[in-house]
Design a protein around this ligand. Structure first.
Ligand SMILES: [Zn+2]
Length: 335
């Protein structure tokens, strides 16, 4: 993977490329941001760029060629100087693994220009493993750089965090997720377009969702719109909220409710498109086009857009740990 081939994160990849070109790339980097957005991919692309034997100068100032012996070996994971450390089966990285790798940094890079130590999900490093890294992060051995990636930087020891230059990765746009699903994961355009709006800007989440049966969640989202459309009175709306979160003892968890709300949001976008007379081929939910067309009249004018804004606020509230029942009731009244 080249830096220029990474989807999204253009500002960060340009920054990394410029820094490599000028020789100012810090030797200890921490890539922080939501999981599944491509941090690990950028880490590997960086390792490839700094070790490439025939680096490209366009479109970025400095990038891997993707073809030389070094690029090829890194892509296949067999380059001796690019060491990737990932959590074990128990989702932890043990001190022995780190000790073993640090021992190797006593020697100059064997075949590469730079030895790059990549640590994935660095928040899973045992405390002792983190402590054993401190000295090397403070003063990396000559010819060695570290890239740590994490979705939970707050879990790392402050002493580890403070020794790394932090780059913040944001979420991808729905379009970027769609492109990635088609380009890198063999999904059809239609599959990708249905999954992307639910993925919250994370390719990882889109892939996890594609293994889930969405039909039940989709039914809940349609029901919510149907039960709040027209002139539903307050008791009917509160009932819709109860249906949304589930009966006592069988309540939906926060994550599942969030997926239903993202589905609702993507349906409201479709309804807006239908009302605007858009081509059906552009809809994210073509399988339920009849239900959506029936709802379109109730959500005419600005109502679909206003409702979309309300769903968006409900999702933000969920993200900030508001109670599921409170959020559902607020939303059912707003729609
Ligand atoms: Zn190369």
């Amino acid at each position: 993977m080249q830096l220029s081939g990474v989807l999204g994160h253009k500002r960060l990849t340009a920054l990394i490329s410029r820094a490599i070109d000028r020789g100012t790339l810090p030797p200890t980097l921490l890539f922080a941001g939501p999981s599944g957005v491509g941090k690990w991919m950028v880490a590997r692309a960086t390792a490839q760029a700094v070790n490439c034997l025939e680096p490209l100068r366009s479109p970025l100032p400095y990038d891997a060629c993707g073809k030389c012996r070094s690029c090829d070996r890194i892509a296949r994971g067999v380059h001796v100087d690019v060491i990737a450390i990932e959590p074990d089966d128990r989702a932890s990285i043990k001190i022995d693994v780190i000790r073993d790798v640090l021992e190797r940094t006593g020697y100059r890079p064997f075949e590469g220009k730079l030895r790059v130590i990549l640590i994935r999900e660095a928040d899973t490093l045992e405390t002792s493993a983190q402590n054993s890294l401190l000295k090397s992060l403070e003063e990396p051995p000559p010819g060695t750089m570290f890239i740590l990636t994490t979705a939970a930087p707050g879990v790392l020891l402050p002493t580890v965090r403070s020794r790394c230059m932090r780059l913040r990765f944001g979420r991808l746009t729905a379009t970027e997720v769609t492109t990635a699903l088609v380009r890198d994961h063999g999904q059809t355009e239609a599959e990708a377009r249905a999954a992307a709006p639910l993925a919250d800007g994370s390719i990882g989440q889109a892939l996890a969702l594609s293994d889930t049966d969405l039909s039940e969640l989709r039914d809940s989202a349609i029901a919510l719109l149907q039960q709040t459309s027209g002139r539903a009175d307050t008791p009917a709306r509160l009932q819709a909220a109860t249906n949304l979160v589930g009966q006592k003892g069988k309540e939906r968890d926060r994550e599942e409710l969030a997926v239903v709300l993202r589905l609702t949001a993507s349906m409201l976008r479709d309804i807006e498109a239908i009302n605007a007379g858009a081509d059906r081929a552009v809809l994210a939910n073509p399988v339920i086009v009849d239900d959506l067309s029936n709802l379109a009249r109730s959500f005419a004018g600005d109502r679909a857009r206003t409702a979309f804004g309300a769903v968006d606020r409900a999702l933000t509230a969920l993200d900030r740990n508001a109670g599921t029942k409170v959020v559902a009731e607020w939303l059912a009244v707003q729609l």
